[in-house]
Structures are given as C-alpha cells and as structure tokens.
Design a protein around this ligand. Structure first.
Ligand code: NAD
Length: 368
C-alpha cells in the first residue's frame, strides 16, 4: 500500500476539530483508493506558545520541511492577543510559510450547487463561477526592505514599506499559474498596476516572456482596480487570476465572499516541493470546542493536498463530489444555516461526507 508522510498542525480554536474531521475523511478515502497517511502531529500558534513558549519550534519546522505535505487547522485566539510581534500565534504561520518556501498561494472559489442564494451577489451573476486566485506569498510589499517606522529631516514621524520583486520570483509563480490554467479552462488573467508601479511593469514583462511557453493558454493583463470591479460584475469570466502578494491578499478575500461562506473555502500554499494546506478561515474562538465548526473548508483543503502534492487525484475528486452532494442535499453548518434552518454539528457534517463517500464507492466501481 502507498504511504505518505504528513505533518499535521491542528493549532488553536476550531483548528483541532476541523483537522480531526479531515483526517477521518482522508482515512476513509485512503482505504478506498489504496493508500495510507503516516501522520506526525506538532503544535503551532497558541498551542505551541502554551507548551513551548514560542509559536513555532525548530523541531516542528524541521518536521514540516521533511514531510511530503503539511496540513494546518488554524491559529490564534483572544488568550494570546496581548502578545507582541514574533510571539504572536500568527507569527508561527508566517515563519512556517517562509520556512517551507511556499511562494504560491492557491485559493479556489466555486459556487457549490445549492449555495447560490448565500452570496451577497445576485444568483444570476454566480452561474459558472469557478476560479482560482494564485497569490505570490513570500515577496513584495510584506517582505521588501527597507521597511519600518522612521523620522523625516523635519522631525515628523514617517514609515516605509518597499514593493520589490526580482524576475525569478515572478517567473516561478507565473509558471505555476500557467500550468494550473493549462489543466483548467486555459485562461490566465495577470493582475498588476503597471500604469503606476515599476514592480508591476517588470511583473507584466516577465509574465509575457513566460507566456511564450504556454501557447495553449489565453493570457490577459488587467489592472488591479479593474479586477476588483470585474470580480463583482462578471465573476464567471475568470479562470486563473495571477497576482502579487498584497493585491492577492485583497482580491482573494473579495473573491471568497462570492461564495458567502468562509466555512467552505480551502487553500493550498505550494513551492517547488511539498505544500501547506489549510482552510481559509481562522480559529473562530466564538464557537471553538462546541462541535459547531463547518469542517468542509478543511476537508476540501485535504482534497487539494491529495491532488496537488500527493498525486491522488481520484481520491481528491471523490471527496469533492461527496462534499458537493452533502451541500446540495441541503445540509448546512452553523456558518450557513439561515434563521429557521437546522445547523448540523461538525461531527454530523463529517458523518454525512463519510456516508456519501460510501455511497459513491458503491455506485462507481473505480471508487473502491
Ligand atoms: P475567523 O475566520 O476565525 O471567524 C470569523 C467568523 O466566522 C466567526 O464568527 C466564526 O465563528 C465564523 N467561522 C469561521 N470559520 C468557521 C467554520 N469553519 N464554521 C463555522 N463558522 C466559522 O476570523 P476572526 O474571528 O477574524 O479571527 C479569529 C482568530 O483566528 C484570530 O486570532 C485571527 O488572528 C485568527 N486567524 C487565523 C487564520 C489562520 O490560522 N490561517 C486566518 C484568519 C484568522
């Protein structure tokens, strides 16, 4: 039987609950598709601060670097809000992304059948929405130097952040985005601010150069302000959106809201090897420990891990089909249930996905 070494970082709040659900589901598809996961658990975020005094230990980071893939629940919570800088739970996550050199963050956004009326946009605008935002994750304005507070010659307080990219940083993520587009609907929208920013003009030049290797993919360039507008005007026109770190941070949250539900959104951060998989939502301290978290975002992140890093696309498809069917059948978590609708617990939703997987396996011989 094939076996994959995975490091699991459940983290804080609802992180451990949705992580448990995910590995129960992956355990089942593993049996159906003939593989097993060898999991090694480590602390991150507040859990690591409580046990080791820091949000990510060298031991945990080194285990992650040696794993085939890393799965993370969520970090953070009010208990640790008074901590500063490198001691905050979120610093553990930034250190992990940087340490693993996962420079491409992939956030798929699609409207599950049955959820058309949960979005702030009109249902007719959502028909056919199925896009992925590919955000550069380890460069640009969030990391460029010089950075920090200062003082002007006239003694006024000032502050500087630097937007800097070199051509290799742009090239490697552009290849990731083209490869993804090639295996989807073959359209890539590269988003920049080339009318104003020098870093965007380099971005556009490099994307054009790389595009010569992907003649089968249609490339368009779009200014970031226009992209923000088109995402709510005609979201179904996008397939893959490629952009730098800060633009991607903002656009991916805007795109996420198309679905109307944070509990359904998975994400992957990938580099040249391995990958870090996590739901988009945070630790939701308000519902932690109450068996109320919607586990679907985490379960779908697990499916992305199976497809993108472990090379088990059929198992990933099975999970996605099961989640989609459970939602289409009207099952809702606490994040989605409207007044008067019953909200299913984390355990109940997980159980529904498991039953659907069994159902699919019985109907489709290739599933077993
Ligand atoms: P959040 O995503 O944790 O919660 C926002 C709201 O959505 C809350 O009302 C929560 O109950 C609800 N929600 C989130 N996920 C849900 C799920 N799966 N099922 C049902 N409801 C869900 O964001 P926040 O409240 O801004 O942040 C809480 C903590 O999480 C903070 O400490 C923050 O720093 C941290 N955070 C961590 C990550 C991460 O680990 N990647 C991401 C965002 C926020």
């Amino acid at each position: 039987m094939k076996s994959y070494k995975i490091v699991v970082l459940p983290g804080d709040g609802i992180g451990p609950e949705v992580t448990k659900a995910t590995f129960e589901v992956i355990g089942s598809v593993g049996k159906q598709f003939g593989f097993e996961l060898k999991t090694e658990y480590h602390d991150i975020g507040g859990a690591s601060i409580d046990r080791h005094g820091i949000p990510l230990t060298d031991d945990a980071l080194s285990a992650c670097k040696n794993a085939g893939a890393v799965f993370l629940g969520a970090v953070g919570g009010t208990k640790w809000d008074h901590l500063e800088g490198a001691l905050r739970p979120e610093s553990g996550l930034l250190a992990l992304r940087k340490g693993l050199n996962v420079y491409a963050n992939l956030r798929p956004v699609k409207i599950f059948p049955g959820l058309e009326n949960y979005s702030p946009l009109k249902a007719e605008l959502l028909e056919g929405v199925d896009l992925v935002v590919v955000r550069e994750l380890t460069g640009g304005l969030y990391f460029g130097q010089p950075k920090g507070p200062g003082t002007t010659e006239a003694g006024l307080r000032n502050a500087v952040d630097t937007m800097v990219y070199d051509e290799n940083e742009i090239k490697r993520i552009t290849h990731k985005a083209f490869e993804l587009a090639r295996n989807r609907r073959g359209k890539l929208t590269s988003v920049d601010k080339a009318n104003v920013l020098a870093s965007s003009r380099l971005w556009r030049d490099v994307v054009n150069e790389v595009s010569a290797q992907y003649p089968d993919v249609e490339l368009e360039h779009m200014l970031v302000d226009n992209c923000a507008m088109q995402l709510v005007r005609q979201p179904a026109s996008f397939d893959v959106i490629l952009t730098e770190n800060m633009f991607g941070d903002i656009l991916s949250d805007e795109a996420a809201m198309l679905t109307g539900s944070i509990g359904m959104l998975p994400s992957a951060s990938v580099g040249d090897k391995g990958g870090l998989y996590e739901p988009v939502h945070g630790s939701a301290p308000d519902i932690a420990g109450k068996n109320l978290a919607n586990p679907m975002a985490a379960i779908l992140s697990g499916a992305m891990m199976l497809r993108n890093t472990l090379g088990e696309p059929e198992a990933a498809n099975a999970i996605e089909q099961a989640v989609s069917a459970v939602i289409e059948n009207g099952n809702r978590g606490a994040d989605l249930a409207k007044p008067g609708e019953k909200a299913l617990s984390t355990n109940e939703l997980t159980e529904k996905v498991q039953l659907k997987l069994k159902d699919l396996a019985a109907k489709e011989p290739s599933f077993s």
